[in-house]
Design a protein around this ligand. Sequence first.
Ligand code: NDP
Length: 477
Amino acid sequence: MSKTLTTAGGHPVAQNQHSLTAGERGPVLIQDMHLIEKLAHFNRERIPERVVHAKGAGAYGTFTVTADITKWSRAAVFSKVGKKTETFLRFSTVAGEKGSADTERDPRGFALKFYTEEGIWDLVGNNTPVFFERDPSKFPDFIHSQKRDPITGYKNPKRMWDYWAKSPEAMHQITILFSDRGIPDGYRFMNGYGSHTFSLWNAKGERFWVKFHFKSKQGIKNLSPARAAELAGSDPDYATRDLFEAIERGEFPEWRVCIQVMPEADAAKYRFNPFDLTKVWSHKDYPLVEIGELELNRNPKNYFAEVEQAAFSPANLPPGIGASPDKMLQARLFAYPDAHRYRLGVNYQQLAVNRSRSAVNSYHRDGSMRFDENGTYDNYEPNGFGGPAQDPSVAEPPLALAGTVDRHDQHKGNDDYSQAGDLYRLLSAEERERLTQVIAGTMKGLDRAIVLPNLEHFAKCDPDYGARIANKLGLKL
Ligand code: NDP
């Protein structure tokens, strides 16, 4: 026997197929509250889509510690070898809208939520170890240049190459984006990176700078541009479906979790700014240390509730894990929770997928759509009723700073080219050929005034890199 259909208020519904009308052929009555509620709720089904990372797929999983790193971090999530923590990982493309194809050439989001006993830890990364920008004041302009032309409403490579001609710090990420790894074969066959420099701090109050790497145990697999274009038409949800179906089949994707560790004092001595998001730390200088494994093993029960409403914030950091002076990270500490307050409302952290598995004892109260108990004690602190109080034992060690308050030029004298060149030189001859072919393809027909400065940037990364693209465009450098 099926359940009785009800309204949102729980009233049994007598008729769900026929509207209430005045006479058989007469108009619909406004007193048909069931119909009105259906239409009104339907009108409100959509929430604002994310400005970036709108199209995504997610799954729950388990993080297991495989090495003792308590010498670097006091975080409970790392407290002992074998410890398991529930996670939720949302993958995404970046520039496309919610209905866009999964197989577009684009970085992929790799946003990982750990439900630790000391609150949520969100590591909100990408499938690339670097980014196009190092100064957050450029971020909205950069994204505008990648999105639709505000006049015509369609995307135009002219705008992105025009922007990049004046933003050579993007060269490293551009090289990854247009390489074979720019179109991963779904979400299982790619690496994830925390990308930013983060910090770990131990029980003695010592700080270490870290980079997080997630190496796919499935290996790296990419789609050719031709196959990706075909799938964009025939199976635009290719990656979303692939992830869901693999987990349903019991083929749980796994990643080796590794870190690079830099003692705090090394940062000032390193040959470049280790907080610059356009750069990686050489593995030779700071080798990868394997610390755990990540397995995805459970599909969400409902896409909207758990994937669309999943809200990640790099500011969600339990004691023992911290931010760094990385300027892009600093901006994201603000921008992500701000986006969620706008998209989901101020109480978004109460939603099941976002809720801390450990007790939340704050004095925040009320607000739109409050749907927990709203606190079971009075709402101020300090107080005499024994309410939750601060715990100085979880304080982050202080960070020494120096310098002047100014709008410092982050680009002057910075080496934008060497690491992009290193990557180019690391690619096989066939990979270089495909990379330069794809880049030249997107530049075809553009004004020389836009193309030439970009070719100069590529040539500064590696003379062969610039020359090959120029040749394919019928130009001489
Ligand atoms: P290594 O030889 O130690 O490492 C090379 C790295 O390049 C590996 O991590 C490899 O990933 C990755 N890689 C291979 N092909 C591609 C590609 N098409 N797109 C992106 N990454 C790729 O060298 P170094 O540490 O000295 O770094 C050299 C260059 O390698 C850097 O300039 C950077 O562009 C790239 N790189 C470096 C990383 C780092 O953290 N040091 C991380 C990722 C890239 P895998 O092992 O998974 O195949």
